[in-house]
Design a protein around this ligand. Structure first.
Ligand SMILES: [Zn+2]
Length: 78
């Protein structure tokens, strides 16, 4: 068997917390975009969806926790 080495494309930095707010509207941030320059942007689910095409086009690395939005609702979090 051959071992396939996958390129690392995921953001392994710590998870977003309630203290992380959207740079656009101040809501809780669920997406962190790390630009090629190292600059980090935080956006909520709404603005993450809105800005995703532009961020991806700019080469940003996206850390997406929007799946927690539904999980949080089901578990009563927040
Ligand atoms: Zn926002």
């Amino acid at each position: 068997m051959e071992t396939t080495i996958r390129p690392v494309l995921t953001d392994t930095a710590p998870s977003l917390t309630l203290m992380d707010r959207c740079d656009s509207c101040g809501a809780q941030a669920f997406i962190r975009a790390t630009m090629p320059s190292g600059t980090q942007l935080l956006v909520c689910g709404h603005h993450g969806t809105a800005h995703r095409p532009a961020l991806v086009a700019a080469g940003a690395l996206l850390h997406d926790e929007t799946d927690r939005l539904t999980v949080a609702r089901e578990s009563g979090f927040g």
